[in-house]
Design a binder for this molecule. Structure first.
Ligand code: TXA
Ligand code: MG
Length: 321
């Protein structure tokens, strides 16, 4: 498709020009592909919501290349400074009070008086943000409620020609979205993601709570995007499955158990049981198994530690009907 452009310097300059012109550009980040628009341009931001079919009460993450730019957008604190200096650039999003005269479109933050900000580490994202020299609002580049894209072809499948340009920069290395941490009161994890709870606690020097995102507490969630069933393949997803039932696809994790030759293993998130590898494969493999020749997707149990916490969060949402 003609809107998919391999990354080189000319492509980045063209993408930056399109963004300045209020157009939509999908670009790689280390977590997942983002659907970017000029965050200061309300019409451009509205186009993101339209392309994704996203409810407009669900605010967007603002991406910048450098924390100095953030002085005009949000109100800093010592804790924010500490987390930023240790974990940025990287898969961390901070929720901070929005500055009164912040130039960010009110639609981007869905009318809240807080703002989600992130500095991605992916070299292409960094180059693009520097070239455009504007804060860029970017949700994951998928239709609302569906699996996040970790490769250019996923963006094409999900959004096609609703995007003016797709910067094709290979697969996202982390494969799961950024960790969203609210610093509005005591630091709290609103969405588990690419930075683990342990990493955050090591930097802060104290325990931090994970907002429990079990399905029955979703209605009280302080992060609007965590309300819905999300990350959903079309097929039903069955969790903690030791094996597939007749007609189901199986998404395994870890070495195949000896002595269970009947287990039908269609794909394996990580044969060696590596949670980082599993996170990187999660969305791509769910997409691959989301095929009408199966009646559902059964997923092996995933240890609920380190990146496993974010993987299990996404899987629980994928299983909500
Ligand atoms: O890794 C990522 O974070 C990717 C890449 C592209 O950067 N982006 C991403 O964006 O996952 P999105 O829109 O799919 O998810 C943003 C999440 C949503 O759950 C949203 O509700 C939450 O961040 N969020 C945004 N602004 C917020 C705010 N002011 N307060 C609380 N939650 C907020
Ligand atoms: Mg998303």
């Amino acid at each position: 498709m003609s809107n998919v452009v391999p990354v080189d310097d000319a492509a980045i300059l063209r993408a930056a020009a399109l963004l300045r012109d209020g157009k939509l550009v999908a670009f790689p980040t280390e977590t997942v592909y983002g659907l970017g628009a000029d965050a200061t341009n309300g019409t451009a931001v509205a186009a993101i919501y339209a392309a994704k079919g996203r409810p407009s009460f669900n605010p967007l993450i603002i991406h910048v290349a450098d924390s100095r730019v953030l002085d005009d957008l949000v109100i800093w604190s010592d804790v924010a400074q500490l987390l930023a200096s240790s974990l940025w650039p990287g898969p961390l999003t901070l929720i901070l009070p929005r500055k009164k005269d912040s130039p960010i479109s009110l639609l981007a933050s869905a009318g809240l008086d807080t703002l989600a900000v992130r500095i991605p580490s992916h070299p292409v994202a960094q180059k693009l943000l520097r070239a455009v020299n504007l804060p860029i609002a970017a949700p994951s580049a998928n239709a609302s409620g569906r699996l996040s894209p970790t490769a250019p072809v996923h963006v094409v499948d999900s959004l096609g020609d609703k995007v003016d340009m797709i910067l094709a920069g290979g697969r996202s290395q982390i494969g799961i979205e950024s960790t969203v941490v609210s610093l509005i009161d005591t630091p709290r994890i609103l969405r588990p993601g690419g930075v683990t709870q342990e990493q955050l606690e090591r930097v802060l020097g104290y325990k931090i709570s994970l907002f429990e995102s079990s399905v029955d507490t979703l209605s009280a969630h302080p992060s609007p995007g965590m309300l819905e069933s999300h990350y959903a393949p079309r097929l039903p997803v069955r969790l903690n499955a030791e094996r597939a039932k007749d007609g189901e696809a199986y998404l395994a994790f870890g070495p195949r158990l000896t002595g269970t030759p009947t287990i039908s293993c269609h794909l394996n998130l990580s044969p060696t049981g590596d949670l980082n590898e599993a996170a990187a494969n999660l969305f791509a493999m769910l997409r691959e198994l989301d095929n009408p020749s199966y009646i559902g997707i059964a997923v092996a149990p995933i240890p609920n530690v380190a990146l496993g916490v974010a993987i299990n969060d996404r899987l629980r949402r994928a299983a909500v009907r």
